[in-house]
Design a protein around this ligand. Structure first.
Ligand code: C5P
Length: 239
């Protein structure tokens, strides 16, 4: 068993049936699972309850980005669902993230880890500039990570390229990294990508892996291979 389960498999499926078919082929001792917008829009809280029954810890990846009061309300409901991790967009601002933190603190349900999305891993610098942010991606990630830390978030979602930078500047924040690809995989819509081993060597605490596992000919074997590879990684020293 992988000692701290670094892998989060993205169950990006259109309905509860196909999500559970995939999940039940996986071992909750080896990974956590992520329920994102597609699956949650289709299946709602039921799928989270079913995954809990199967023994999985769930990252509810709905990337909340709204006014503080609305985000706080949504986070409160997520706490009642008993999920392991939730996320908000850091660009929603410090007050919004602080409202999410406060909702977790005042909830009588389970306290999920709160992570803030910095710059989506599907964006490169050129695309980020089209949104009016003219600096470097790494500088924007750094700025949003500092804001997330100030607001009381447990961690950030960033690419593995920035995880190594944050390992030094924001060592107490968890680094959750999507944009993971195995050597030779198609990056598809993702732009800032890295292999699992290189991501962990660089300082990623958790790897979100979707299509490289779910689209593999044998998802279970692929997940096991990645877990074994990660078992041999020597972890970076924080600071
Ligand atoms: O298939 P792939 O590995 O690219 O899937 C990545 C998953 O991580 C998707 O479910 C996507 O929504 C999610 N994600 C991301 N970038 C973020 C946050 C979450 O790609 N910043």
């Amino acid at each position: 068993m992988s000692e701290d389960k670094k892998i989060i498999v993205a169950l990006d499926k259109p309905d509860v049936g196909s999500a559970l078919e995939l999940a039940t082929s996986l071992d909750p001792d080896y990974c956590r699972v992520k329920v994102g917008k597609e699956l949650f829009t289709s299946a709602g809280p039921t799928v989270v309850e079913e995954l809990h029954k199967c023994g999985f810890e769930v990252f509810l990846d709905l990337k909340f980005h709204d006014i503080p009061n609305t985000v706080a309300g949504a986070i409160k409901v997520a706490c009642e669902l008993g999920v392991w991790m939730v996320d908000v967009h850091a660009s929603g601002g410090e007050r919004m993230m602080a409202a999410a933190r406060e909702a977790i603190e005042s909830s009588s349900g389970k306290s999920p880890l709160l992570v803030a999305v910095t710059v989506l891993t599907s964006m490169d610098q050129k695309e980020m500039h089209t949104t009016g942010l003219n600096g470097q991606v790494s500088v924007q990630v750094q700025l949003l990570a500092a804001l997330a830390s100030k607001a009381g978030c447990d961690g950030v979602v960033c690419s593995s390229l920035e995880a190594s930078m944050l390992q030094h500047t924001q060592s107490s924040l968890l680094k959750v990294t999507p944009g993971i690809r195995l050597a030779g995989d198609d990056a598809s819509d993702q732009r800032r990508v890295m292999t699992p081993v290189k991501a962990v060597e660089g300082g990623a605490d958790y790897l979100v892996i979707g299509r490289s596992v779910t689209g593999a000919a044998d998802p279970v074997a692929t997940l096991k291979d990645i877990s074994n590879d990660l078992g041999n990684v020597s972890l970076p020293v924080a600071g």
